[in-house]
Design a protein around this ligand. Sequence first.
Ligand SMILES: Nc1nc2c(c(=O)[nH]1)N[C@H]1C(S)=C(S)[C@@H](COP(=O)(O)OP(=O)(O)OC[C@H]3O[C@@H](n4cnc5c(=O)[nH]c(N)nc54)[C@H](O)[C@@H]3O)O[C@H]1N2
Ligand SMILES: Nc1nc2c(c(=O)[nH]1)N[C@H]1C(S)=C(S)[C@@H](COP(=O)(O)OP(=O)(O)OC[C@H]3O[C@@H](n4cnc5c(=O)[nH]c(N)nc54)[C@H](O)[C@@H]3O)O[C@H]1N2
Ligand code: SF4
Ligand SMILES: [Mo]
Length: 730
Amino acid sequence: MSEQIHYRACNLCEAICGLEIKVRDGRIVSIKGDTADPLSRGHICPKAVALQDLHEDPDRLRKPQKRVGEQWVEIGWDEALDEVADRLAAIHKTHGANSIAAYLGNPSVHNWGNLTHSSAFLGVLKTRSRFSATSVDQLPHQLVAYWLYGHQLLVSVPDIDRSRFILMLGANPMASNGSLWTVPDFRERLKAMQARGGKLVLIDPRRTETAAVADEHHFIRPGTDAALLLALLHTIFGENLAQPGRLADFTDGLDAVAEAVRPFTPERAAQVCGIDAETIRRIAREFAASGAAAAYGRMGVSTQAHGTLCQWALAVLNIVTGNLDREGGMMFPLPAMDLIRGAGSKPGHFGAWRSRVRGLPEFGGELPVAALAEEILTPGEGQVRALVTIAGNPVLSTPNGRQLERALSSLDFMVSIDYYRNETTRFADYILPPTGALEHDHYDIIFHHFAVRNTARYNAAVFPKPAGSLHDWEIFVRLGRRLRARLRPDARKPLLQRLGARLKDEVMLRMPPHRLLDIALRRGPYGKNGAHGLSLNTLKTAPHGVDLGPLRPSLPERLFTKDRRIAAINEAIVQELARYDRLLAEQQAARPREGELWLIGRRHVRSNNSWMHNAQRLVKGKPRHQLFMHPQDLTARGIEDGDRVRVVSRVGSVEVEVQATEDIMRGVVSLPHGWGHARAGVQQRIARQQPGQSVNDLTDEHYLDALSGNAALNGVAVTVVPLGAAARAA
Ligand SMILES: Nc1nc2c(c(=O)[nH]1)N[C@H]1C(S)=C(S)[C@@H](COP(=O)(O)OP(=O)(O)OC[C@H]3O[C@@H](n4cnc5c(=O)[nH]c(N)nc54)[C@H](O)[C@@H]3O)O[C@H]1N2
Ligand SMILES: Nc1nc2c(c(=O)[nH]1)N[C@H]1C(S)=C(S)[C@@H](COP(=O)(O)OP(=O)(O)OC[C@H]3O[C@@H](n4cnc5c(=O)[nH]c(N)nc54)[C@H](O)[C@@H]3O)O[C@H]1N2
Ligand code: SF4
Ligand SMILES: [Mo]
């Protein structure tokens, strides 16, 4: 018997936990936390063990698939790549670059080869019809980081290991393990903070798993956090609590902020958000007095109607209290492969073009995904006729999934790079499956940018690459080459430019991810000129990861703005504040009307977006996709705990089971996303036994954060009727 121990960082969520994977005779026999990982220190969650299920899953695709009529047939790679390139090139030539859309899903950012090489393919397509999970997620964070600090990835995180006060809105790290905040073992870190006398104050319409470990939890009406945050700022300026300290040396516009938040009193906020004015004032005073405080908000305040305003107010709250870039406050991690100062840095741009149908702004080259279906369905010049999806499932993860299904079935051509035939990829003409996670090397390129401690970790593949398989990055390179040969995109450019472009291309295509990583490490902040002398080789000798120390203050040097200063407010925010002021005055800021309820989402530690439901050990036990509803809201409608109900929104309806709970605010209901696997043609046998319903059959593609175009997935107005009554009405 041969037995090996592999060390490996988990790629499933943002916590990037170190794992110890024991393999005997080619099979995984155990997956445990790697206690020697300097970041995760042995922490894992139940999903880590499911990496084995993913690896062994008979439903996971291993060969290219071609749809022939209603049948799927396996074909060879050369055949598949040639045919896909032929079809894409034909559409490109007839209808133009923008007629081919691309959607990049969440696992793209957890896979190094996607990050280093997707441009080898997407760069040839040169389409402006680019979409991703960003606009159902963290778009407001990136927009605010770009506006204030000059770079979309210059996002600050709570320095929990030294903090004394965390004000948290719309995040549930006990289930999510942290987001835009790589904080493995949140629970232990929080306990340590509380033992130091620190305090966590949580604002959430549901009394969540995180509320259970917080020092204070306050219910808030969904979508009204902007009123609360502006009232906190109002109090801080009004009571002369502003103390930006050294931040004032390189921050402009704080007087204008003080002026702009003057109308937003705690009394006005209390009316709309449901938290009383005295509590708001107290939180503001405690936050300002703490000396090491972090204001942090995540999905609940990002994917809602005022997401950008919320993220802006959070940033400014940290600045005016001197907590940005301060130990124990909100700090900027410095990763070993630094995408901010490194080669090919993409600081971002906003509104450089707009979507064809609705005029929504691009950010960093991507359009809001809420506009994808209409771009396919609306005829005219520039109509999207083909789609490429990469590691995504927008039918289940973007608003109005049913409309997107109609759109996908009307496409001329679709290809998906994915190893599952899921609710989205089932519409494809070809599915190109890459190697599984444990079959390729791994370095986390993204999440070290958001980690509570600076570390670096590279691990080789656990299993050899199966014969005849391709990594994601190899698929991009091969497809890119074929497409380039067919399109000859720079044929009309001068010879020198053409050669230059070809050279750049060749370098890129001949550089596997580990070469690019090695260069980035050597040139990076801990590279050949630093004390650590990091390179790929040094990381190879340290499979548990290298500790690069606690977060350090880094402003203004690290700012990416032209003048290395922070502009605390801009014209777009000024206008948004005026608009919000009007909404409050007209009492329009709280959305539902009589009889309606606010729909919000939730996550569970045993579930991961739409794609981990085919692991028996994660889905076993009681179902977890019920509609949570307050007992009084149930009684008012003659519904009992466990009944089946119909939930109806502007765009559609679903039938689900209710679960009564006092842990949800009155007037609010909650459904998790990522379910809805009963759709025809999905090949995930275990998931289909426990399908649930998709909350995004209810969310509304026209309900957005107006400023950024991010989907407002939380705070959607719905009605809930007992199924009997619904049947009678029908
Ligand atoms: N209502 C509501 N909707 C939401 C959310 C919510 O809170 N509420 N959350 C949103 C958020 S935050 C996100 S990030 C999105 C996620 O939404 P998406 O990114 O669209 O969907 P996922 O469920 O992550 O889809 C993952 C797919 O990637 C494939 N995959 C996994 N690993 C790899 C790989 O290495 N290579 C390739 N090529 N494919 C791979 C899987 O097989 C699966 O099919 O959902 C969003 N939608
Ligand atoms: N187990 C697990 N972990 C995950 C994922 C997963 O699917 N499963 N997904 C990963 C991904 S892609 C992401 S982006 C992160 C997300 O990480 P988090 O943002 O930490 O997770 P969510 O559970 O979406 O937390 C959002 C919270 O906002 C609350 N909320 C809803 N509406 C409002 C509102 O209007 N105001 C306020 N204040 N709160 C509101 C909800 O009740 C919920 O508790 O999790 C990551 N980690
Ligand atoms: S918390 Fe996230 S990174 Fe850690 S083991 Fe679980 S899924 Fe993997
Ligand atoms: Mo996400």
